[in-house]
Design a protein around this ligand. Structure first.
Ligand SMILES: Cc1cc2nc3c(=O)[nH]c(=O)nc-3n(C[C@H](O)[C@H](O)[C@H](O)COP(=O)(O)OP(=O)(O)OC[C@H]3O[C@@H](n4cnc5c(N)ncnc54)[C@H](O)[C@@H]3O)c2cc1C
Length: 268
């Protein structure tokens, strides 16, 4: 623990502190808040992710969203796709082959469940979850980073830093949930190590807006891999971009028509 934070007194208390407002943190916080538990969610960024990222929402997850009354809001930002990854020369060519994800067809899902799986990108999903969390009484603080965590035996003392003002405060919680992604501060503070299995590749992620569906014959695949010489390794994920941001949630959005990208390294 850093010496200069040792004397801070707790300015905020909660039953459960959830660190990270991605899908895991938002759903964990919602689950707790729905049971009446006093939950505080902190997220270092100023809003939920502006990137579409993953799009596959399973049948079981849709059942949970249905039980929370938000299934239709999530479907409003979804797109009908075939649950396969195709490999074709270009997006317009007949795929050479398709690899199924193992998702059921709508008919198979409806034989077991009131729900079907859904293709909904994270920039639509996360704002819906955030609004639901506010609705069930969850407290959320954006632009606040967890920098240190100490287990006192009876409580967890978290040191958090406001990203705008650099002000440091202390939160006391009975429990903490580390939903802070692959480079988790919570995991490191809890002394849980990781085994580095190496890198499987470097990826550049580019988000662009284009109306392509009318040019494609039939339903697009969830992941469309292009194999034209010079464009090998390009993999397109269709997604509905509904704007994502919800009034009051303070979500920074790329301007319409803009391209945004970030580089990531995937590890196995
Ligand atoms: C192009 C692309 C495609 C993808 N496709 C798939 C896919 O098909 N299937 C799949 O399962 N996954 C996919 N992913 C990965 C998917 O986005 C992640 O699995 C998912 O976001 C993980 O959710 P999470 O809530 O665990 O963590 P994250 O979404 O990473 O959320 C963690 C949050 O914690 C915050 N945080 C971190 N440290 C701190 C801290 N110290 N204090 C406060 N906040 C902190 C971060 O800012 C972040 O908002 C894809 C990602 C990309 C970019």
């Amino acid at each position: 623990m850093h010496h200069h934070t040792r004397d801070l007194i707790a300015t905020e208390r909660c039953d459960v502190l959830v660190v990270g407002a991605g899908p895991a943190g938002l759903t964990a916080a919602i689950t707790l808040a729905r049971y009446g538990i006093d939950v505080l969610l902190i997220e270092k960024h100023r809003g939920t992710s502006p990137f579409p990222k993953a799009t596959g929402v399973s049948t079981r997850t849709m059942e949970l969203f249905r039980s929370w009354g938000i299934e239709q809001q999530i479907r409003a930002g979804s797109m009908r796709v075939r649950p396969v990854m195709t490999f074709a020369r270009t997006l317009l060519d007949e795929p050479a082959f398709a690899v199924p994800f193992g998702y059921p067809t709508d008919e198979q899902a409806l034989a077991q469940s009131p729900c079907t799986p859904c293709c909904c990108a994270q920039d639509h999903l996360e704002p819906v979850l955030l609004q639901h969390l506010y609705g069930v009484g969850g407290r959320v603080r954006f632009g606040v980073e967890l920098v240190d965590l100490v287990d006192t035996g009876d409580a967890v003392l978290a040191t958090i830093r406001d990203e705008t003002t650099a002000a440091v405060e202390r939160v006391e919680a009975a429990y903490v949930i580390g939903a802070d992604g692959p480079r988790s501060t919570v995991r490191a503070a809890a002394g849980i190590g990781i085994e580095d299995l190496g890198t499987i590749g470097d990826f550049v992620s580019v988000t662009f807006r284009a109306h392509l569906t009318h040019r494609l014959a039939g339903l697009p695949a969830a992941i469309n891999t292009v194999e034209m010489p010079g464009a090998e390794g390009v993999s397109c994920r269709p997604a509905v971009t509904t704007g994502g941001s919800t009034p009051g949630s303070g979500i920074p959005r790329p301007a319409n028509g803009s391209m945004t990208g970030h580089r990531s390294t995937a590890s196995s």
